[in-house]
Design a binder for this molecule. Sequence first.
Ligand SMILES: Nc1nc2c(ncn2[C@@H]2O[C@H](COP(=O)(O)OP(=O)(O)O)[C@@H](O)[C@H]2O)c(=O)[nH]1
Ligand SMILES: [Mg+2]
Length: 445
Amino acid sequence: MFDSLSEKLEAAFRRLRRKGVLSEADVREAVREVRLALLEADVNFKVVKEFLAKVEARAVGQEILASLTPDQEVVRVVRDELSELMGRQPARVTMASNPPTVIYLVGLQGSGKTTTAAKLARMLKDQGRLPLLVAADIYRPAAVDQLRTLASQLDVPVYYSEGANPVELAVQGVAQSRKLARDVLIIDTAGRLHIDEGLMAELEAMEKKVPAHETLLVVDAMTGQDAVRVTESFRQRLPLTGVVLTKLDGDARGGAALSIRAVTGLPIKLITTGEKLDALEAFQPERMASRILGMGDVLSLIEKAELSLDRAETEDLAKRVESGDFSLEEFRAMLQQVKRLGPLSKVMEMIPGMGAMGKLKNQIDDKSLVRVEAILSSMTPLERRRPKVLDGSRRLRIARGSGTTVQEVNRLLKQFQEMQKVMRQVKGMRKGKRGVPKLPFPPMP
Ligand SMILES: Nc1nc2c(ncn2[C@@H]2O[C@H](COP(=O)(O)OP(=O)(O)O)[C@@H](O)[C@H]2O)c(=O)[nH]1
Ligand SMILES: [Mg+2]
């Protein structure tokens, strides 16, 4: 998702990170790069301008430049403002207090209305609702069949009546929902290639007869700023309550996601990321901002950890460490667990606040992990249990055996000692969310 934008932003911040001490000029330079990245991603230029003014005002402040990790503070400011740009708080699809809740899906042809209607039905059904789909795109016969086919996979009923016009279908749909005791009506409407008067008048007429609780405009993220223009036109005629941004799995550049809210004031409520019926998600500005910046996605990490780690082994390890039993043996076992999560760089990406670890992040990579493991493997179990026995000749043997140098062995041992010290201070690791023990970060040579 938004790969090219993410890469460019990360490159800008990487340069900052290399600098260590930051000057105002460094930050301004980075802001210029962010500007280019956003414009290339087809973000509205006014939005970019205002966004950067805010970022710059916050990022060149003394507080940030004087902080211990100024580069990370700058990234934090950017993430915060990105999230603000997209509305910060997630905007949900709401339900009416008096059922049926009426949800219209409107938008141009091919934007994803029909598939979104089915996806939304699935999502609501999973939440315990009883949706009824209304096939109100009567101009393309295939549209009704498409909706029926999708709905049959979900076991959700579809209402359609041959010969009825869209307004009648909406009215009859409400009656049908009462009859079938359905509490949400999802109306799939017709689209056009371009915005035209006929379409708008028809949608207006439908909403006049059957007022909407939610009118969601479905727009294709790949169309960039066009999506913003489409949103503005629809908004002038219809009481839109939110936007569904589709096809984020494609090579959308990010312009639509980042501009729609700021330009039109309408929140993005849902996003779709694929053709399958489960590819619909609630839109979460903060999570999206983190994703765009290639920053943490701790929820994904937890999910991943639950799938890949041996729970018993991890818990046993945590217990031993907690009781103060933390030697190179346990350290090695931890490294092996961490490795199971995938390439270290990917794992690190998912941990928000890795910035707090500052320079460490740059030092940790899979290559150094391999060297650490080699060193540990060249030790005897006794040496790993009691590193104190490691005199000069043993260290030399280990260096030779692992294809490293005595300096590297020394460095690892020294860093391990420091880690042990910290561990004793913390006295036991607290358990992470949902029972996955937190893994400490290994020191790197
Ligand atoms: N890759 C991808 N394709 C999508 C997504 N949403 C819709 N599509 C595809 O886009 C095309 C048009 O979708 P459809 O729902 O028929 O659009 P409508 O004309 O607005 O009803 C179909 O081939 C869908 O499978 C998405 O999130 N990702
Ligand atoms: Mg359709």
